[in-house]
Write a protein that binds this ligand. Structure first.
Ligand code: CS2
Ligand code: MN
Length: 365
């Protein structure tokens, strides 16, 4: 069983789920962590990293995956200040490498990270899930941002990629991105990666870019990591073994034309980190996030797992968003990051994986 099962954890005092809780989920070996108090561009010091890694190790988990070291907007926009910020990013890479980190997940989405119109949408069985109403994402980015930030204000809970300091300057951010075409954004991404690859090699760290969520332009902002062609373009442009992907099935399959199992078959050598999330599509173009069980959505979870298994893939995998179950209403957990549905998702994935292992062993016997 070569793949390593992870759990995204927001840190002590910042996550309602404890490391002790996670320890009780059979099969989890890796804690996916970050210094969640850091703004993009800040240096992660050795002392801060050591503190977090020691804590994770004390529960018997590895701390080999960081999600995310966020990339400063000036690097994405391509401003003259980017070189100094890239130096800071390199310092973070070196410092993380010293404590055994192997994979850094990041994204290159302008302004917003994941975008949804309802964070607690009824699924129909009493649980809730993140939901995207296509017609609600139109010209006015403010109402969508205000809606998501209202949770931060009301429940004193921050969401990565939705830093209040950045969101307070939304108009300025949109102005700064206005001259950045899609081609320019690609160039800025290549510039960033080419600059950091030697440091990654020295530190033994793979950079794993997360797919754009959802995988299309929003509010006039270009989005890059949207399909197989984009992955191919990125991997070819910076053809270095440290330039890798975080293949997030939920982000990609928001566009039902994206066949994630095919993408695994094609890119498995360069997928350092797998996010497994299931999507249920509605006829009007809306979509809801769904339980991990294959038949609860249309993402093709079994085919995706089989593609990883057939490839002998040895990367890190984690359940991505789950639904909110039982008492997990607003304020109880971060949207998508409750305790129960992710634990159920892990058991489902491991069930599929164990059976595939057994079938292989029987074939060999
Ligand atoms: C995550 C992303 O919660 C999520 O949707 O998959 O926010 C992911 O952490 C970032 O895009 C990676 O930088
Ligand atoms: Mn993801």
């Amino acid at each position: 069983m070569p793949m390593k099962m992870g759990w995204r954890w927001y840190g002590e005092g910042n996550d309602p789920v404890s490391l002790g809780d996670i320890k009780q989920i059979p099969g989890v070996t890796s804690i996916v962590w970050a210094l969640h108090n850091k703004m993009p561009g800040e240096i992660w010091t050795e002392e801060e990293i050591k503190h977090e890694v020691d804590l994770i190790h004390s529960y018997g988990f590895d701390a080999e995956v960081v999600e995310s070291v966020n990339v400063h907007d000036d690097i994405k926009i391509g401003l003259p200040t980017r070189d100094a910020l890239i130096e800071n990013y390199k310092t973070c890479i070196r410092n993380l490498g010293k404590f055994g980190v192997k994979v850094i997940c990041y994204n290159f989405m302008p302004v917003f990270d994941w975008t949804r119109t309802d964070l607690f949408h009824p699924v129909g069985d009493g649980s809730t899930a993140l939901y995207y109403e296509a017609s609600a994402i139109k010209g006015d980015y403010k109402s969508m941002a205000d809606y998501i930030m209202s949770f931060t204000e009301k429940y004193n809970m921050t969401f990565p990629g939705w830093e209040p300091e950045r969101m307070a300057k939304l108009d300025e951010l949109f102005k700064a991105y206005a001259p950045v075409s899609k081609d320019q954004l690609w160039e800025n991404l290549f510039y960033f990666l080419r600059a950091i690859m030697p440091t990654c090699e020295e530190a033994g760290i793979k950079m794993a870019i997360h797919m754009d969520d959802p995988p299309w332009d929003i509010f006039g902002l270009p989005r890059l990591m949207v399909d197989a062609a984009a992955c191919e373009k990125l991997l070819k442009a910076v053809d270095h073994p440290c330039n890798c992907l975080t293949l997030c099935t939920g982000s990609l399959n928001a566009n039902p034309n994206n066949n994630c199992a095919d993408m695994v078959k094609k890119f498995h050598d360069r997928i350092a980190f797998a996010h497994i999330r299931n999507i249920h599509h509605l006829p009007n173009g809306d979509f809801s996030e769904a339980a991990h069980r294959d038949c609860c959505g249309e993402t093709g979870i079994i085919d995706i797992l089989r593609a990883y298994h057939d490839a002998g893939w040895e990367g890190y995998i984690r359940p991505d968003h789950g639904r909110q179950l039982w008492e997990e209403g607003p304020g109880v957990c971060r949207p998508g990051y409750g305790k129960y549905d992710r634990a159920l998702g892990i058991q489902y994935m491991l069930g599929v994986w164990d059976l595939l292992d057994k079938l292989d062993a029987e074939k060999k016997a």
